[in-house]
Design a protein around this ligand. Structure first.
Ligand SMILES: [Zn+2]
Length: 62
């Protein structure tokens, strides 16, 4: 079996909530309005979603 040397380092992204670095393949990603946000897991995704709901709420009120 021939080993290939052109294996790329896994691309890493930072979790939007806790800023932990995670491999892109393991990240949970969500497409926001014009960019993609990444999370290390559903826990952080839930936190982010709550924050979005809160800021959307305060925008409506003002
Ligand atoms: Zn996280």
């Amino acid at each position: 079996m021939i080993e290939q040397k052109n294996i790329q380092e896994p691309e890493k992204v930072s979790c939007e909530v806790c800023f932990k670095e995670i491999p892109l393949s393991e990240a949970t990603s969500v497409k926001a309005t014009d960019y993609i946000v990444y999370y290390c897991g559903l826990e952080c995704y839930d936190r982010w979603k709550q924050q979005q709901a809160e800021s959307a709420d305060s925008e409506k009120k003002s």
